[in-house]
Ligand binder design. Structure first.
Ligand code: UTP
Length: 462
């Protein structure tokens, strides 16, 4: 651990000595806490990040072109073969599930990790339980183990792990669930100074979902995967209630393309929809965040008058273990992005202030930037109504209400496809829930048609 003098010298070198301004008021434990934090900060890296805040204009000036994408229409003839390929990889135990759940979920305004949010229409199962049951169901079908790697962050790790323990891992075997934390990075104010959010604490935030690759490596998760014979990682986010976890078709397309990293996309609902877009830049598949696109790029149309950049990413990736190794074993290679945010700070008297305006910068890495390093990639178009509905906000768009409506619609559609006589279509108003343990896809539901009881509301199948 650093001594006070060492910390002071280090901070002086980087013009950050204000971090010690309350030193004389701190007790021993608080002093230790602050020294430990200072020790953990990579100041050379921080100087480069501060430099980034001084560069303006992040909009993409490079030419965006259409990326090669396996369109829905192309899939009709290929899906069955791709499914068989994916099933073989699952059966041989080559596929792991990987969840990024380190975010702060600030827009949802839920007290606790977002994965604990009680989301399903009838049973109010948490997102974590919903995902767990999908994994159990998939693994059972192929008589295999699908290990689940879960990335948390310092701010939600303990609560997440405790939640799994209290719920007996939702039926998974604990030795097949692997938790690890992503790194934290300090934020800076508009003068490039570290921000104290307590007299003894520098404000830190998670290093973005791109930190997943580094954390997988640093935590030993990659080693564990190798030990188990895992070759392909199914990457997903905590808040998409319709994710088809470890879907064999997707795994098959990824393997057949010999891809290092693959993407799933849906057609954007409207030009201004806030989704990152898969395109091609300088001959490589890339994802451009909506916030980095100009208005012109957002509205651009193709020769047929359709949206030119239509391919919205749903942040579901396949990533090869060998690729993660390449990305991390010679040091972390993803670029940092700057986000202008409201960050709590202590004033001269040491009181905590929650600013009304943006007052500083946070730094994040994005997992999709790894696409730039991939030798080969594959992008698959999927049906939004079957695969994508994200829980982001407390109300309105992408809220608990829309997530439940989209689940209701999905389950009603599956029941109808299975020939089950549902009352008139009410477009997601009736609460219907099919546990992944009963059926995790429409084919599985069809196979169990005869077991479905008569309809009543709310309707739950397990
Ligand atoms: P979002 O970008 O939607 O952020 O994360 P968020 O933290 O969940 O929500 P807001 O923006 O504060 O409201 C998308 C996914 O990436 C994960 C999240 O947990 C979520 O699954 N994520 C995000 C991380 O794992 N680490 C991060 O540093 C950021």
């Amino acid at each position: 651990m650093l001594t006070y003098t060492q910390a002071e010298n280090l901070l002086r070198k980087y013009e950050q000595t204000h971090v010690l301004k309350f030193w004389n008021e701190l007790n021993d434990a608080e002093r230790q806490h602050l020294l430990k934090q200072i020790e953990q900060i990579d100041f050379d890296n921080l100087s480069q990040l501060i430099e980034l805040t001084r560069q303006q204009n992040t909009t993409v000036s490079r030419e965006m072109e259409e990326a090669p994408i396996v369109r829905l229409a192309d899939r009709v003839d290929k899906d069955a073969a791709m499914r068989r390929l994916g099933e073989e990889a699952l059966r041989k135990g080559k596929v792991a599930a990987f969840l990024v759940a380190g975010g702060q979920g600030s827009r949802l305004g839920f007290d606790g990790p977002k994965g604990m949010y009680p989301v399903t229409p009838v049973k109010r199962k948490s997102l974590f339980q919903l995902h767990a049951e999908k994994i159990i169901s998939r693994a059972r079908r192929y008589d295999t183990v699908i290990p689940w790697y879960i990335m948390t962050s310092h701010s939600n790790h303990k609560q997440t792990v405790a939640f799994f323990r209290e719920n007996r891992y939702f039926g998974l075997r604990p030795e097949n669930v692997f938790f690890f934390r992503q790194e934290m990075l300090p934020a800076v104010d508009e003068q490039g100074k570290l921000i104290l959010d307590r007299k003894d604490s520098v404000f830190m935030s998670p290093n973005g979902h791109g930190g997943a690759l580094k954390a997988m490596w640093d935590s030993g998760a990659v080693k564990d995967m190798r030990h188990r014979g895992i070759e392909h990682i199914f990457y997903f986010q905590v808040d998409n209630v319709l994710t088809r976890i470890c879907e064999p078709e997707y795994i098959g397309y990824h393997i057949a393309a010999g891809a290092d990293m693959s993407n799933k996309v849906v057609h954007k609902a409207y030009s201004g929809e806030k989704m990152g877009v898969i395109c091609s830049m300088e001959g490589k598949t890339a994802l451009v965040e909506y916030s980095d696109m100009t208005d012109e790029q957002m509205q651009a149309t193709d020769a047929n008058g359709g949206l030119k950049y239509w391919a919205g990413s749903i942040a579901v990736h396949m990533i090869d273990v060998a690729f993660v190794e390449k990305e991390t074993d010679h040091g972390f290679r993803l670029p940092y992005h700057v986000a202008h945010k409201q960050i709590p700070f202590v004033d001269e008297q040491g009181r905590v202030v929650q600013p009304r305006d943006k007052n500083g910068y946070k730094f994040e890495t994005f997992v999709f930037d790894a696409l730039n390093h991939a030798r080969a990639t594959m992008t698959l178009e999927v049906e939004r109504s079957e695969e994508f509905s994200a829980l982001k906000n407390g109300e309105g768009l992408d809220s608990p209400e829309t997530a439940r409506r989209d689940m209701n619609r999905l389950y009603a559609r599956w029941l109808r496809q299975a020939g089950y006589p549902l009352p008139a279509d009410d477009d997601g108003a009736t609460d219907i829930e099919i546990s992944p343990l009963f059926a995790d896809e429409v084919q599985a539901l069809m196979a169990r048609q005869h077991e479905i009881p008569p309809f009543s509301t709310p309707f739950y199948l397990e």
